[in-house]
Every structure is written in C-alpha cells, then in structure tokens.
Design a protein around this ligand. Sequence first.
Ligand code: ACM
Length: 556
Amino acid sequence: MKSFAKLAGILLSMGMTTATMASVADIGRPAIIPEPQKIEMHAGSFTLNPETRVYVDSASGGTAAFLTKPLRRSTGFPFAIDEASIPGASITNGILLTTANAKTNLGPEGYELIATPDSVVIRAPSQAGLFYGVQTLLQLLPPEIYCSNRVVNADWQAPCVQIEDWPQFKWRGLMLDVCRHFYTKAQVETVLDAMALHKLNVFHWHLTDDQAWRIQIKKYPKLTSVGAWRDGVGFGLASNSTTAYGPDGRYGGFYTQDDIRDVVAYAAARHITIVPEIEMPGHATAALAAYPQFSCTGGPFVIPQKGGIFNGIYDPAKKETFTFLENVLTEVFQLFPSKYVHIGGDEVPKDTWKNSADCQALMKREGLKNEEELQGWFIRRIEKFVSAHGKTMIGWSEILQGGLAKNAAVMDWIGGAEKAASTGHDVVMSPTGYCYLDQYQSQDRSAEPHAIGGFISLQKTYSFEPVSPKLPKQYAAHVLGGQGNLWTEYIPNLNYAEYMIFPRECAIAEATWSPESARNWEGFEHRLQIHEKRLDELGINYRHNSKDLGKSASTR
Ligand code: ACM
C-alpha cells in the first residue's frame, strides 16, 4: 500500500488532478483488459527463465501452443512442453495448463490462474477457459512478450496473483463489413487474432450487401463472378487507398468456400464462432446485379459505388426467390457451424413492393395490411427454413416489423430489445450511440481520418451497458451480450479498420466480459496505457487515447 500511496503522491506532484488520475488501487493492478472478475494480489513475482517448463494434460496441447509461441519468440527460451508427467501440488519453475480438478462453477469459458514465485497454474473446466487463462497470463507479463523478435535483457516477471475469471455475457462480438470494402482472408485472420487477445468470441461476418457479394455459392456462380466486383473503389476514395483489385483491374474480391472453411477453423482454434450475415430482403443490389430475375422489376441493377439505401430488394411474390435464398442458405449452413445465422433485415425501402402488382396481390392473399407486414411475412418464412435446419435466425432491429418470427433473435441497433425480450426472444446489443465503430473518435474531425459522421468517444463506448438500465430487470437474461460494428464505407484497408476498431473494441470487450462492479473509466484508461504497448508490439493499429497523439497512427 505504501508504494501505491507514494506513486499517487508522485503523480499528484506531476500536476495530475484527481479527475484524470487513476485510483490508487488501479495503479497497483496488473493491466488486464478485459478486467477479470476477481483478482487478488500477492507479494512477489514469477519469473520466466531458460529452464521454465510448460506442463499440460494431453487434451490441452493445442492451447499450450498459443502460450509457447509468443513466449518462445520474444524470450528466446525453449519452454519445453511436458505432456506426460503432470506434477502434483508442487511445481518449480513451471507453468501448468490443465482441465483436471478445475472448478466447474467457473463455467464453460471461465478459468482460475494462480501465480506464485515457483509456478503459474491455470485450471479451467474447458479449453476455452484455458485459452482465456493463457491470454491473461500473457497480459501479466511485460508487453514486450508480444514482440515478434527476441527481446534481450528483459525482466520477464509476472506478479503473484490469484484470479478467478469468467465472462459476464456469452456474446462478445465484433462485426466487420467486408462488402463496402474487401478484406482478404489473411486480413480477416489478423482481426480474429486481435479479437482473441481481448477474449472476444463472436465474429459477425457481414458478407453480402448492395455494394458486393463476398461468399462463393456453388449453385449460383454469378453471385461472385458478377457480384464481388465493381468498376472502382468508389465512395469518393482514391484508387490507391486499397490494393483489392482483380486481374482485370476491377475493385473487389470474394472468399472461396475453401477460404471460408479455413477462416472458420482459424476462428474455432481461438474459440471464436463466426456468424455469417446474408442480407435479405434488402441490401441485395449486388445479388440482383447477378440474378435480376429474383427482383420485382427484373433489373438491370448496377452495383453502387457509394453508400445509401438502394432499391435492390428481393421479390417475395416469386416462389423462385425463396428457392434461391434457401439454396444459398443451405450452402451457408454447411460452411458455418454457428448456431446463429444472420439474415440482415434492416433498412428495406418499401416503394418497390408498393409499386409491384404481384406484391400487392400477395399481400391481399395473405391478409397483410401493409408492406411492413409483408416484410414480417418474408422474414417469418425464412425463419421457418432456418429453424428447420437446426439453426437460429438473428436479424437487425427491423425484423420486428410486422411481427417477429417465432424463434428469432434480434440484434438491436436502433431499438427493439425490450419488445423482443419481453416476448421471450434473445437479443444482442449493438446500439448506434455506443457500438458504431465507423463514427468519428474525436469532435475535432480535422485531426481524424474521414469517417461516416457522428462522434463516439472511447469513454462513451466504455459506458456501454449490454443490459440497458432502461430494460426491465426481468428481461435481462435474454440479453446474450453485445458487439461493436465496423461498417466500412470509408474504410478501404486493414490499417484504417484497426484504427477505427481499437481501442473502442477494447472497451466493448470489457463491457461484455467484466462485471459492472469491476469496471471504471479511470482504471480502464490507466490499464490502456500498458495495453497500447501490447498493440504496438503486435503491430495492431489504434487511435491513441491521448488526444495529442490522435492522428499519429497512419490509416494507409
Ligand atoms: C445497420 O447499421 N444498418 C444495421
């Protein structure tokens, strides 16, 4: 305590006010993001050295590799792995990862980590928990542990601690829009690595939109041969803002089914589930540029090079439209093991359906009073198909229009959580005011790269509560969690995407993992100073939390 008080005194003497200063308790804590549920600090430290061994049970070798890879790279020590002989209570100079004798009440993602001067023991009921324990151990060590080269003369100490940790929410997500701009398979995997660092577990892959269709569907090859490419990068951006050009010079790209399988496996190894999004009935211009026969007008459709809401919407009056969508979804179900499949459902302009005699006749036949009810009818029909295949449909707030489908979950971006949860539906929270990572990070736009508009500071994102104080308590159990969304209209490359994602997604990771009682802004800001060094070591771009450094990170 004495040294904390001394440090606080020094900070005060440096002119830091109490408003900007982390509390004394924060100063003494290891800089773990997201903050663990329970952490006890003890005297002393555990130090890595060339003889430190890693002990694992036979089922946990894969998880151990996620520890030894960065440890070996940065320290240069061998970290021999001992799978055969798990030592009993006393380990010297070793790290033990095991599921044996783990406390089952920690849950499927929880873990216990005990660091003493002799050893670090991580126990978890499942590999996911063990993996998160490994992430915590890495964060207990100096940030240079993430360095991709050997660091000489470092003092590889982790403080002695006892941690019990588990997530507050089971959906801790990030959405990436790969349609407005294309990110390669390798770039998506880079994003997944950064998610794993933050114990995030759902990657929502926005794969289809007006501006592109990015997933190979074997039955409909034109979806990608036509739908994945446009004449220019668009959005008023310079042609050299991206390298995603095909051999014919057109802008775009897509993922083959082999690519998708690889990315799904890469994510699974990091305990991340990928939820694919196939947009319907709107945001479908790229699909209809390829197959205009599934529209009301017959087209032609031109893939737009700008943002907005377009009239590329499917025709619900043709049974062929549903055959097409069901065939697409069937291939999607085979590629993604995820229980949830996102079907979009947002921002559907209704004038095309208003002007279509066939849609009006369908509405009359089905007793639908207006086009909102037609949207509800469309979504419910798709939901039946999704459910019949053992999956759960999730869609944006607007799927509530015209009556919510029976087993659907709602992703709330503009409201609807209470309505959905009060009628027994699960919800994922991604409200625009907190979680829209495409908005400016500073009010001084001149100091920021071009963004879509708005302003969401890191502090605002940090105040995100997945269970909104406005939601009556009895519905809280329906809130699965939350996620940040990166729409990429003005974000044509990975460096720029990372700048928009971090550190606001670090805040979302904490909002969805840590209990409210363990969260406070000053403590987070304080821990972020160390965390920024980790991001530096990992080569992850981010906006410095210090105002003055706002634009120091390149977005090209
Ligand atoms: C959305 O931002 N249109 C879901």
